[in-house]
Design a protein around this ligand. Structure first.
Ligand SMILES: C[S@@+](CC[C@H](N)C(=O)[O-])C[C@H]1O[C@@H](n2cnc3c(N)ncnc32)[C@H](O)[C@@H]1O
Length: 243
């Protein structure tokens, strides 16, 4: 599949408001889980972004490094306390190599789907494996595709709602390409922002195969960071692969 792909586009559109689009409770739970999975070893985060996970992990004493394609996202990270101490390599996490060996590689919040093709996603699993020490873990957080939510190929849903603002998402599906085109709409008293992102989605089983191609086996699959069981009704998963 040929598709123009700019690794910096997502961050350029969202960097200044990104942190406000993610629920705090999910961050706390993710940090707790990742800290336990790292077992004290160095952590590499693919798509480190604003440091939402990396900074609290570093504050808990872990050595953390990151890769990101967006200067705007990393600028937000740098402006936070401790943000200047985290080494970030600019580039595409499907291919960029960072020096060192890690016990944990993290790819959170559906960012695996930002890679526009199966080929790129397979390369990403390979790149994660290349950074891991034997027995090291690759953790992927992603949603489970929910095609039933679409009517005539489109879907509109409210992601969050409060007196201060509404975050909604409009989506269009291309099942033939396995791509979902989305634009989040953030409405606050300050105005309206459009936050576009495209996703080459994959079912958990396809991700498991990518892991196997990279020499990793699935160790866990949870429905969320708290470790809730993954069931027929789960709309997302946190999967842990081990080299
Ligand atoms: C949804 S944000 C997640 C940020 C952070 N991991 C978190 O959990 O808050 C996705 C991040 O991945 C970066 N990104 C997306 N595709 C990328 C790619 N192919 N290579 C490097 N960075 C990428 C974006 O710039 C953005 O910072």
């Amino acid at each position: 599949m040929t598709q123009t792909y700019d690794v910096s586009a997502y961050g350029r559109a969202i960097a200044d408001v990104y942190d406000s689009t993610v629920a705090e409770a999910s961050t706390e739970s993710a940090v707790k889980r990742l800290h336990a999975l790292a077992q004290g070893s160095p952590v590499l985060e693919f798509g480190i972004g604003t440091g939402r996970l990396a900074l609290p992990l570093a504050a808990r004493g872990l050595t953390v490094a990151g890769i990101d394609g967006s200067a705007e996202m990393v600028e937000v990270l740098r402006a936070k306390p401790g943000g200047d101490r985290i080494p970030v390599t600019m580039g595409d996490f499907a291919a960029t190599r960072v020096e060192g060996e890690f016990g944990l590689v993290v790819l959170a919040i559906n960012t695996i789907f930002a890679l526009p093709s199966q080929e790129a996603q397979i390369a990403c699993f390979g790149n994660a494996a290349a950074h891991l020490r034997p027995g090291g873990r690759f953790v992927v957080e992603a949603w489970v595709p929910d095609l039933a939510a679409f009517h005539n190929g489109t879907a509109l849903r409210v992601l969050s709602l409060s007196e201060d603002g509404v975050l909604a998402e409009a989506a269009r599906l291309s099942p033939a390409e396995q791509v979902m085109y989305t634009t989040k709409v953030r409405m606050t008293s300050g105005g309206l922002r459009l936050l576009p992102a495209n996703h080459r989605y994959a079912w958990p089983s396809e991700l498991d195969l990518m892991a196997r191609l990279a020499g990793m086996e699935r160790e866990h699959r949870w429905a969320d960071w708290s470790g809730a069981p993954f069931t027929d009704d789960s709309r997302a998963h946190v999967s842990v692969y081990r080299l």
